[in-house]
Write a protein that binds this ligand. Structure first.
Ligand code: NAP
Length: 293
């Protein structure tokens, strides 16, 4: 793609991620205008051919599409103060935040005549511009389709739906998955270390379990969506007995048992509610409720 055919784009926020985003647009041939509070962070991008906008308003005016990537939503609201014209422009906000912040930002931007997509970056800066960088978007589909070709310079782009909050929700859902898997692995690693097994020895075994469990998800998801949890493989009360075993073993070898106690407490509540004979995903009934504390 060359500069005559690639759409112009502006990038506001040149931290570690913003610089990677602007650099990927430049590499894909998009005329790229940048703005950052600390202007010196634009130097490398200017050497790559970017234009430096003197103000946020100038950055917004320079391109039909502006990518925003700042520390948080407060910084974005401060920058897009009411004297900045947003009418007719499209904003894609890739700043991390929660779904309520995304919906509120969309409401305010649309009130001022902007098209607004919210997004979440599931990648480190080094992955940006490669297919490994998954970037999630939510908001009006027509706005996504209008700029999809430009956004594709950043990685594998994905459209989730009209609700502006969806990208943030998928983002935190991914965090829940990541930390749960890592914590489970650390629990096992701590237990095995007491028997002289090092982390590297356990890691391939743990990986195999994680991959195996991942294979169960489509079938379990079907049970959740149907609201029916027949115990085809094992019943929750059987799993709860194994959880007791895990807690007792953790205590016996002198490692932290907080995590297994937490999921045993949830299973016990589900069993007390009469779900002991059903399959594990019936625990969704506990997860959909606000926490007790
Ligand atoms: P960073 O390196 O700390 O950069 C933060 C950016 O926000 C800088 O451009 C900074 O400007 C700007 N900023 C902060 N407060 C501001 C304010 N009040 N007014 C104007 N500008 C302000 O952070 P980052 O790694 O680029 O992350 C940016 C966003 O991407 C975050 O929401 C982060 O969660 C998300 N993200 C990052 C990664 C990652 O691996 N880095 C991965 C996924 C998502 P100055 O340069 O002037 O300080």
């Amino acid at each position: 793609m060359n500069n005559e055919t690639a759409a112009p784009v502006s990038v506001i926020g040149l931290g570690l991620m913003g610089q990677a985003l602007a650099s990927a647009f430049l590499k894909a041939g998009h005329p790229t205008t940048v703005w950052n509070r600390t202007a010196s962070k634009a130097e490398q991008l200017l050497a790559q051919g970017a234009q430096l906008a003197p103000t946020v308003a100038d950055a917004l005016k320079a391109s039909p599409l502006t990518i925003i990537c700042l520390t948080d939503y407060q910084a974005m609201h401060a920058l897009l103060a009411s004297d900045v014209t947003l009418d007719g422009t499209t904003l894609v906000n890739l700043t991390s935040g929660d779904s309520a912040q995304a919906r509120e930002a969309a409401r305010l931007a649309e009130q001022r005549g902007a098209h607004y997509l919210d997004g979440a970056i599931m990648s480190l800066p080094a992955g940006i511009g490669t297919a490994d960088a998954v970037i999630l978007h939510s908001g009006p589909q027509a706005d996504f389709e209008a700029h999809k070709a430009t956004l594709e310079a950043l990685g594998t782009v994905s459209y989730l739906g009209e609700d502006h909050g969806l990208a943030s929700l998928y983002d935190v859902a991914g965090l829940a998955m990541m930390w749960s898997v890592l914590n489970a692995w650390l629990q096992g690693t701590a237990m095995l270390r007491t028997a002289g097994v090092d982390a590297a020895t356990y890691a391939p075994f743990a990986r195999q379990i994680a991959v195996g469990v991942a294979e169960w998800l489509p079938g379990y998801a079907e049970q959740i969506d149907n609201g029916s949890f027949p115990a085809e493989a094992s019943a929750l009360e059987t799993d709860a007995r194994a959880m007791t075993h895990l807690i007792e073993e953790s205590e016996a070898v002198g490692v932290n048992a907080e995590l297994p106690r937490l999921f045993k407490a949830m299973a016990d509540r589900a069993i007390a509610a009469g779900h002991g004979g059903e399959q594990y995903p019936v625990l969704i009934e506990e997860f959909v409720k606000p926490s007790a504390d």
